[in-house]
Design a protein around this ligand. Structure first.
Ligand code: GLU
Length: 315
């Protein structure tokens, strides 16, 4: 395959996606998220030739929401290790909505995986740091190579005020001994990590670190241990796109994590990180146009894990 011109490919991906009717809705259960522009769409690729390719709304700040679950999982693994983390959360897909608490009672009191709210709240409770959010923010700044990554105070307060279901999950976890620390403090950290502002470029950079076994291709520095990058990517494959993970695996076939702020962070092993921002969501919580963009890129660049590695020579 000829080396693709990624600038042109991502512009075409945006055009392809926008040709589809925008049938989704901006998330509104966290009231502050309603203010996003339904028709925004940005795509960024952070590639191993140290170039950033981008088109559309790539400078727009939006909150990470569930994408923060990948980062908090890695931070938990780094601070307390695998054994402790996986004594609080399993690694199995649920097929349920991201904020479901039904299986905590009917199946097991240990959340099924770290990519759903229950699992991420359990993970938030084990991170070993005096000020977990400061630690999370410092880690995010290193991952994104940007010192001014910060909290979106309005979204945080909005989520804190409206997050009754997450509160129910956390108290249920505490009642079963899964959460050992102060429940409100753990929830506060969880709401804050979901409310960190990023751009598509930031998420593409994190995706590229995961694609490169934990090494930041832009600085040469290892920021994530190889084993933890592998765990994060595997969970992104099996559970990263909510209860749409199976369909996404067939149609796109790359590790990805979605958030209700409209972001999707992905990685293509040894090649690049991809991020899409499109806040109009389908019923499962995935960006409607974001999915179309990724379907296009996967087909055009033969990104699917089963497309064969020999043809992955774009840059
Ligand atoms: N902060 C959101 C919540 O807890 C994250 C949901 C998501 O992006 O999936 O409901």
């Amino acid at each position: 395959m000829d080396k693709a011109n990624l600038d042109i490919v991502i512009k075409n991906a945006i055009e392809y996606a926008k040709a589809y009717e925008n049938t989704g809705m901006v998330a509104s259960y966290i009231p502050e998220l309603k203010n996003a522009d339904k028709n925004a769409l940005g795509v960024c690729i952070a590639a191993n030739n140290k170039k950033i390719y981008k088109a559309g709304d790539c400078e727009t700040l939006f909150t990470m929401q569930s994408i923060s679950k990948v980062v908090s999982l890695i931070l938990a693994l780094q601070t307390v290790g695998k054994e402790k983390v996986f004594s609080k959360v399993w690694v199995e897909p649920t097929g349920d909505a991201f904020n479901s608490l039904v299986r905590l009672e009917t199946h097991t009191h240990i959340p099924l995986n770290p990519m759903i709210n229950a699992g991420a709240i359990a993970v938030a409770g084990v991170i070993d740091a005096e000020f977990p959010f400061s630690r999370f923010l410092a880690f995010m700044r290193r991952l994104c190579g940007r010192e001014d990554i910060c909290l979106n105070e309005r979204v945080y307060l909005s989520e804190k005020a409206s997050g009754m279901k997450n509160r129910a999950i956390a108290y249920m976890l505490a009642s079963e001994g899964v959460l050992e620390r102060d429940v409100e403090q753990t929830l506060d950290f969880y709401f804050k990590m979901c409310s960190v502002n990023v751009t598509a470029v930031d998420l593409a950079r994190i995706g590229s670190i995961l694609a490169n076994d934990g090494v930041d291709i832009f600085t040469g520095e290892r920021l994530i241990e190889s084993e933890y990058a592998l765990i994060a990517k595997t969970l992104m494959v099996t559970c990263g796109m909510y209860d749409g993970s199976g369909e996404f695996a067939i149609k796109v076939g790359i590790p990805a994590k979605s958030g209700v702020g409209g972001g999707i962070m992905c990685c293509v092993e040894d090649n690049f990180g991809i991020a899409v921002y499109g806040p109009s969501l389908d019923a499962k919580g995935n960006s409607v146009w974001g999915l179309k963009v990724l379907e296009y890129l996967s087909k055009e660049l033969k990104l699917h894990y089963f497309a064969g590695s020999k043809i992955r020579e774009y840059i």
